[in-house]
Design a protein around this ligand. Structure first.
Ligand code: FAD
Length: 242
């Protein structure tokens, strides 16, 4: 599939007003389809907050490049990730070394009248920077925020992490200071000479939706009969595009 609109637009200059903000650096300035760029904190936060997963790219000490998916959450102006102390990803990011974190929400297929003009609707964020290690004293609060994001109220019900579990866990955070967003939410943009073609054209929307909760076989019968709000309300939780 061609992304024709990705190759047809002039770049906005650094400092150009796009989405009520400017690119925070030269490398975050969107050049392709610059009119879809957003640099304002509200848009970037909304896209990050809708994410369960990010991808982090980095170069290891041998010079090999990697891009690894992992869970993420946001607090204030940072994106957080966590994992085992033994994870290559987490060890490498603590070097510290340059990294890029991306988030992608795929919102739909854009079917045009020509193959070339087919596209996708999406919201994405690219964040450059170096991760900081969250201090041991701050780890419980950071992990509690993650649990709250996953399932509000659950940390009062689940067993809290013990000292050994906390010690085995690394929490890192990346500032949102050097971030760009790109948002494409549009109908097909066909060439005028194709508009009369007798072919279906439009958008096939795609949406992430919650499924029905599935209690595990050993789940406490009382909890199955009277599930907590974060389980009961799960089917109504909205992941719709914002
Ligand atoms: C679901 C999805 C599907 C896509 N499919 C295609 C495709 O098939 N073909 C295609 O050419 N492009 C596609 N794109 C757009 C793609 O992400 C790039 O924006 C585009 O390819 C231009 O790349 P570039 O390196 O030339 O960007 P440049 O404009 O040169 O990038 C400069 C800087 O702009 C920022 N930036 C660039 N892209 C993004 C982004 N998507 N989100 C946030 N910040 C960004 C980064 O900071 C980057 O360093 C798709 C994007 C998404 C999210």
């Amino acid at each position: 599939m061609s992304q024709s609109r990705e190759v047809s637009n002039a770049a906005a200059p650094v400092g150009a007003k796009t989405g009520a903000a400017t690119a925070p650096s030269k490398r975050t300035r969107v050049r392709r389809l610059a009119e879809n760029a957003r640099y304002d904190a509200a848009t970037i936060r909304r896209i990050v907050d809708a994410a369960w997963v990010c991808h982090i790219a980095f170069v290891d000490e041998q010079g090999a490049v990697h891009c690894i998916p992992t869970a993420c959450w946001r607090e204030a102006d940072h994106v957080y990730v966590h994992g085992s102390n033994g994870s290559r990803l987490l060890k490498a990011l603590q070097a510290p070394r340059d990294a890029v974190l991306t988030i992608t929400h795929f919102d739909g297929l854009v079917l045009a009248r020509s193959a070339f003009n087919h596209s996708m609707n999406y919201r994405s964020v690219v964040i450059y920077g170096r991760f900081e290690t969250v201090a041991d004293a701050d780890k419980p609060a950071a992990l509690a925020a993650f649990m709250e994001r996953i399932a509000p109220g659950r940390q009062a019900q689940a067993r809290p992490g013990n000292a050994k579990e906390l010690a085995a866990t690394t929490v890192l955070r990346l500032s949102l200071a050097e971030a760009s967003a790109k948002v494409h939410a549009a109908a097909p943009e066909d060439d005028p000479e194709d508009l009369d073609r007798p072919v279906w054209a439009g958008v096939l929307p795609v949406e992430l939706r919650p499924g029905a909760p599935q209690p595990d076989g050993a789940c406490d019968p009382a909890a199955v009969a009277d599930p907590p709000a974060h389980v009961r309300d799960w089917p109504n939780r909205s992941f719709a595009a914002t």
